[in-house]
Ligand binder design. Structure first.
Ligand SMILES: Cc1cc2nc3c(=O)[nH]c(=O)nc-3n(C[C@H](O)[C@H](O)[C@H](O)COP(=O)(O)OP(=O)(O)OC[C@H]3O[C@@H](n4cnc5c(N)ncnc54)[C@H](O)[C@@H]3O)c2cc1C
Length: 305
């Protein structure tokens, strides 16, 4: 069987693409490797998606999934390992089986960037975490540290102030990049302290995390602060290393034509966090999913005629 369109990834971009493609009556399938929802399902609260002033990431993604399933979306759980161009169709090699499709939309998103400092890998799952909603409750009334200065770091730090005894926010710059409204909320929290112009150099402990050592980026002076948990939000890496035949930039983000979001492989499009842009958010992922699905529909029509 040859599908009209295969969407790889079931986050906001993938589900948005699915809704547009199903309404265009394309014969599609969405392939997801873990669970539908993507990264946003890991956050406690989203407040900047239009129409929904405040709801959890999981709730928002359940609405996306219900919408797509209501249109007849078929989801297959598999991990795609490779795409090859066979001319009239592409072959997608999954862990479980192979799939064929006239067009493909890559919406594989991203995964958390690592600090790559001593102790990080060793204590992952034993005090080091990349998900406040998943692991925050384990640190009730404990002292913890949050690393980062962007939207995700400050938003998750704010959530953690409601659980932990104290939150130490460590950021290597003098100023935060996060939205001003998120910064204002954080300044209202009583149990947060900030170490600006500091970088973490090691996470220390025995069986689990006991402290973090941070360094002043200017003076190089170091200090060690006792904490039971370290939450890291320093950006993301696109999950694109499996795509060998498609052009990417130096950071691994997939390059596309800006008008249709087509990649260097004809008939293969990319939307969402896997594609480099100024703002990596649900609103931009959703817009790109819609655009890529519309462009894929045109591509299918063109090869039929
Ligand atoms: C902690 C945190 C808080 C955030 N808060 C906000 C917020 O408040 N507001 C906001 O707008 N944005 C927020 N974001 C950003 C937002 O989550 C992302 O911009 C958005 O999820 C990107 O959607 P996506 O569909 O491109 O990718 P993702 O959400 O990353 O989804 C990609 C999907 O593809 C799947 N996949 C990956 N590789 C494969 C493969 N080879 N085969 C099959 N499936 C695969 C993954 O399992 C995943 O389900 C936050 C992000 C984080 C980490």
């Amino acid at each position: 069987m040859v599908y009209d369109l295969i969407i790889i990834g079931g986050g906001p971009a993938g589900l948005s693409a699915a809704i547009y493609a199903l309404r265009a009556r394309l014969n599609i399938v969405l392939i997801e490797k873990i669970a539908v929802g993507g990264q946003i399902a890991l956050t406690d609260n989203i407040e900047n998606y239009p129409g929904f002033p405040s709801l959890s990431g999981i709730e928002l993604m359940q609405k996306f999934e219900e919408h797509a399933k209501g249109l007849g979306l078929n989801i297959i759980y598999d991990e795609i390992k490779d795409i090859t161009d066979n001319g009239q169709y592409k072959t997608l090699r999954g862990v479980n089986e192979s799939y064929r499709s006239k067009t493909v939309i890559i919406t594989v998103g991203a995964s958390p960037r690592r600090l790559n400092i001593p102790g990080e890998r060793e204590f992952t799952g034993r005090g080091v975490s990349y998900c406040a909603t998943c692991d925050g409750p384990f640190f009730k009334d404990e002292d913890i540290a949050v690393i980062g200065g962007g939207d995700a770091a400050l938003k998750e730090a704010n959530y953690l102030t409601k659980i932990a005894k104290s939150v130490l926010l460590v950021h290597r710059r003098k100023e935060f990049r996060a939205e001003k409204i998120i910064q204002e909320k954080l300044h209202n929290a009583k149990n947060i302290t900030m170490e600006l112009e500091h970088s973490p150099v090691s996470i220390n402990g025995g069986k689990s995390v006991e402290s973090i050592t941070i360094e002043n980026v200017k003076t190089k002076e170091r200090k060690t602060v006792p904490v039971k948990g370290v939450f890291i939000f320093i950006g993301i890496n696109p999950q694109t290393s499996f795509l060998k035949n498609i052009e990417k930039d130096a950071d691994g983000f997939i390059k596309t034509d800006h008008y249709t979001l087509m990649t260097s492989m004809p008939g293969v499009f990319c939307a969402g966090d896997a594609h480099s842009k100024k703002l990596l958010q649900v609103a931009t992922a959703v817009g790109e999913g819609a655009l890529a699905a519309t462009a894929a529909e045109e591509f299918v029509c063109d090869i039929c005629n």
